[in-house]
Design a protein. Structure first.
Length: 73
């Protein structure tokens, strides 16, 4: 009997989690549609350094040394 109760609780928990994620996805989808229709932009933050370029068509400085950084051939 305890085994069935534990399985039921786990299944209910998984269903609740999936419903919460579905609601979050619907909310994100509506935000994406609003952004694409209004042309607004989202400000993002990151902990990595910013990409610096010297001219519009050049490769960013942090990508110029990429093969050496990862041991590429």
């Amino acid at each position: 009997m305890k085994k069935n109760l534990i399985i039921t609780i786990v299944l209910v928990l998984l269903v609740v989690i999936s419903v919460v994620q579905a609601v979050q996805l619907i909310g994100m989808n509506s935000k994406i549609k609003n952004i694409s229709s209004t042309g607004d932009s989202i400000k993002t933050t990151s902990s990595s350094s910013s990409i610096k370029t010297t001219s519009p068509g050049s490769v960013p400085t942090n990508l110029q040394n990429l093969p050496g950084m990862v041991g590429g051939c």
